[in-house]
Design a protein around this ligand. Structure first.
Ligand code: ADP
Ligand code: AMP
Length: 216
C-alpha cells in the first residue's frame, strides 16, 4: 500500500508515522528527515537544503523528487511506502503519481490531518526532536521520559532550528500558499480521509487506522 500522511507542519505526521508504518508493514519516508540527515552528515545536498529550511521555504521540486525516487528504489520500499511531508507541491504530487503508475502502483490512500493555525504554532513552538533518530516530542503534550534524552534510541533531544517563532510563521505561510492546494489535487486522484488532528495522540492514531481499514 502507498499512503500519504498529509497536513500542515505540526499536524502530527511524524508522531503518527511510526505506529501507522508498523501497522501497515511499510517503511516511513519523511523528506524532512532525509534532509536533516544530510545536514547532520554535512553533505552538499544538506547544505543546499539548509538555505530553504532555515527560511521556512520549500526545497526545489527537482531536488525533492530526485531524493524520493532514489529512496523508492530501495528494497524495503517495493511493497509500498508511508509518505510524510511529501508531496508538498502539485508538481511533486504529479511526479509521484507518475512514478507509482510506471511501477504498477498508485496512491492508495491519503490521510489529511486537519489542524487550525493557532494550534500548529503552539505545537511547533513546544516540539523537540531527537538528533539521532528523528523521533518527535512535545514539552507539554508528549515529553520524553528523561528530559533531553530520546525514549526510542537514547539520542539527544533538542529544538529544531526551524521550530523557532519567526521560522514557524514563514513555514505556515509556505504551507498555505504552496502545499494546501495539493489537497484538492489529491482529492481528484486518490481516496482522502480527513482526520481531526486536534484530538489526543491515541485518538488520532485510532482514527487513522480505522480510516485505512475502511479502505481495505
Ligand atoms: P509534523 O510531523 O506533522 O510536522 P509532529 O508529529 O512533529 O508534526 O508534531 C508536532 C508537535 O506536536 C510535536 O511536538 C508533537 O509531540 C506534538 N503533537 C503531535 N500530535 C499531537 C496531538 N495529537 N496532541 C498534542 N500534541 C501533539
Ligand atoms: P518537515 O520535517 O516535514 O517539517 O520539513 C522540514 C523542511 O524540509 C521544510 O520546511 C522544507 O524546507 C524541507 N522539505 C521537507 N519536505 C519537503 C518537500 N516535500 N518539498 C520541499 N521541501 C521540503
Amino acid at each position: 500500500m502507498d499512503v500519504i500522511l498529509f497536513g500542515p507542519p505540526g499536524a502530527g505526521k511524524g508522531t503518527q508515522a511510526a505506529g501507522v508504518s508498523e501497522a501497515l508493514g511499510i517503511p516511513h519516508v519523511a523528506t524532512g528527515d532525509i534532509f536533516r540527515r544530510h545536514l547532520r552528515d554535512g553533505t552538499e545536498l544538506g547544505e543546499l537544503a539548509r538555505r530553504y529550511m532555515d527560511a521556512g521555504q520549500l526545497v526545489p521540486d527537482d531536488v525533492v523528487v530526485r531524493i524520493v525516487a532514489t529512496r523508492l528504489e530501495e528494497d524495503d520500499a517495493r511493497g509500498g511506502v508511508l509518505f510524510d511531508g511529501f508531496p508538498r507541491t502539485v508538481a511533486q504530487a504529479e511526479k509521484l503519481a507518475d512514478w507509482l503508475h510506471e511501477h504498477g502502483r498508485r496512491i492508495d490512500a491519503v490521510i489529511d490531518l486537519d489542524l487550525a493555525d493557532e494550534v500548529i504554532v503552539a505545537r511547533l513552538g513546544g516540539r523537540r526532536t531527537c538528533l539521532s533518530c528523528g523521533a518527535t516530542y512535545h514539552v507539554v503534550a508528549n515529553p520524553p521520559a528523561s528530559e533531553g534524552v530520546c525514549d526510542r534510541c537514547g539520542g539527544e533531544v533538542v529544538q529544531r532550528d526551524d521550530d523557532r517563532e519567526e521560522t514557524i510563521r514563514a513555514r505556515l505561510e509556505t504551507y498555505h500558499r504552496e502545499t494546501a492546494p495539493v489537497l484538492a489535487w489529491l482529492k481528484d486522484h486518490a481516496r482522502v480521509h480527513t482526520v481531526d488532528a486536534a484530538q489526543g495522540i491515541d485518538q488520532v492514531r485510532a482514527d487513522i487506522l480505522a480510516a485505512l481499514a475502511s479502505d481495505s
